[in-house]
Design a binder for this molecule. Sequence first.
Ligand code: P6P
Length: 334
Amino acid sequence: MTENIKFSDYLSAHMHGEHRTALIGMLNDITVACKKIAIAIDSGALEGNMHSLNTENVQGEVQKALDVITHEIFSETTLTSGFVVGMASEEMENIIEVDEALAPNGQYLLLFDPLDGSSNVNVNISVGTIFSILKSPLARPTLKDFLQPGTQQICAGYALYGTSTMFVFTTGEGVHGFTLDNELGEFFLTHPHMKVQEDTQEFAINMSNYRFWQAPVQRYIDECLQGEEGDREKDFNMRWVASMVAEIHRILVRGGVFMYPMDSKIKKQGGKLRLMYEANPMSMIMEQAGGLSTTGSMRILEVVPNALHQRVPVMMGSKHEIERIIAYHGKTKR
Ligand code: P6P
């Protein structure tokens, strides 16, 4: 059991190197934003924010009131550190340029999905916030400065608004989880050095897409479903929360694989999940915890982005299962 290390004290003790001051400033702001979002969600229907708007985001998805509310909370709260020179949000088509006067301390890019899984909010299922931090080459970045591969991330993490509110992040030195004490309004270290089990008997995928999957994915899932009588000679369990943050957190805690693979009905879009602020940050977390993360044909963190809201196939989790999935795809390009 950790001796109740508060988040800000953890940062002071563990952040070092060229990004130390910036990470302390930005991560403190990010956790404040997540606490505000937790409060906004916690009031649920009481605040009358459960409805959909008559607007669509850049993804062509109908926006929920909370999508917009949480976007505003996250973007406004994370500006105050003075390190962010540009932002990108799932809810905004274009990058958000930050006035240089607001970023006197350094130049970082903050990319985020303010409320991942938002369609779950009005049915009271866990949702989350996902973020990624990149170094900006310029004090006044343009779109191309955001299009960096995931290996360039200096920090990635998420907040999970579940039975408890948790904050999990990595700066490339392991994955560490914190739980919110609602009475004190502080995050405390509860899950230091999170590690993904290399083997698992649990997979997470939306089975309704089976007929659209490519053969290697159908083969992998078929073998899981054949259980002890099949080639795997063990039974598997399935989960699907339709909230990536909840799935990834479960996998960090007890192992598993999360799959949103390519399928024929989303081939034109390139996949379902967004590279820059969903797949990349979660892939950094997963690899830092000893797992793997692939599109099926390559390591997600090495995908060179060509668009801000680019989508990719995503399969990540327990090392030995992802290695099997990569082998089934017949391409082991890393
Ligand atoms: P489906 C939520 O909208 C999300 O982006 C991920 O959090 C989640 O894993 C996935 O989409 C769910 O997709 O097709 O099952 O609704």
